[in-house]
Design a protein. Structure first.
Length: 290
């Protein structure tokens, strides 16, 4: 049996023909878009900083354009792929790497199965992916909320998701998601990618950014309390921190006590608070509700 030949990952026409010849098609519901800019792909893998000793998770490998580049550099790779047709192609493309124990496919929804993979095989060094727009923020937030931090992550996402992740206080994009990302990681934009860099061409622009684990990670007494508290503070953006915190604690007296100890004006809104202020408030709340 002849070995399956990779399509030209830079050619929309060849990718389309490859899929059609096999009775396959791009699934809009899975947010599938292939990055057809080879220079951008290489730059993204460069940013991932991998070698033969690195373990990597890749989300949404598609037909393996990025996968191929990662494996060429010697890393041990696990990919999460929801599309059964793509998964079957990947098994054929990268059988040699599978036989060497360098490549593995986890089929299904990554949002549902990443924890199982983590519990069974441990945390990889790197987390990577051209993330489907409909799951990007949820996946990143889920890992942080579960207290799982990777040494480095490199993601390509809808531009507005990257903007929210990196947003500063007092900006319209600053949110609970910003707090989570900046609590766990140092963030750095890598490149913007217009729709023309992908096939099929999406109607939105994308941005690639890196997330490096904070070496001086800001600790707190109870990460679970911090995660719940910061979410509660942003639950109603138009309300003051006093109103939102009071709803969380269900006690107005304790709310005022906590805000006073944290040096936070009760009439402030959450979008004005830096990560450090919310961490301090979280520690105070943790002591109060003991």
């Amino acid at each position: 049996m002849s070995k399956l030949v990779h399509p030209d990952y830079n050619s929309p026409g060849e990718l389309k023909a490859f899929l059609e010849n096999r009775g396959m098609a791009m699934q809009k519901k899975f947010g599938q878009n292939f990055l057809i800019n080879e220079q951008a792909r290489v730059k993204l893998i460069d940013a991932l900083d991998i070698d033969e000793n690195t373990t990597v998770w890749e989300v949404g490998p598609g037909l393996g354009a990025m996968t191929s580049e990662i494996l060429k550099r010697g890393a041990k790779l696990t990919v999460f792929e929801i599309d059964k047709g793509f998964a079957a192609m990947l098994k054929e493309f990268f059988k040699d790497y599978s036989d060497k124990g360098k490549f593995k496919i986890v089929e299904g929804d990554v949002l549902k199965n990443w924890k199982k993979e983590l519990n069974e095989y441990g945390k990889p060094d790197r987390f990577f992916g051209n993330l489907p727009y409909n799951i990007a923020a949820t996946l990143i937030a889920d890992t942080i909320e579960e207290n799982v931090r990777f040494d480095k992550a490199v993601f390509t996402v809808q531009k507005e998701v990257a903007v929210r992740a990196c947003a500063k206080p007092d900006s319209g994009d600053y949110s609970s998601f910003s707090i989570l990302c900046q609590w766990a990681y140092d963030l750095k934009p890598l490149m913007d990618l217009s729709g023309g860099n992908f096939w099929p061409k999406p109607n939105v622009d994308s941005r690639a950014f890196s997330m490096d684990i904070k070496q001086d990670f800001p600790r707190c007494k109870s990460p679970k309390t911090f995660v719940r508290l910061q979410r509660a503070l942003f639950s109603s953006r138009r309300k003051t921190v006093r109103n939102n915190l009071s709803g969380y604690l269900n006690n107005n007296e304790k709310t005022l006590e906590a805000l006073q100890k944290a040096g936070i004006n009760p009439m402030t809104r959450a979008e004005a608070l830096p990560v450090e202020s919310i961490l301090l408030l979280s520690d105070i709340v943790t002591d109060i509700i003991k």
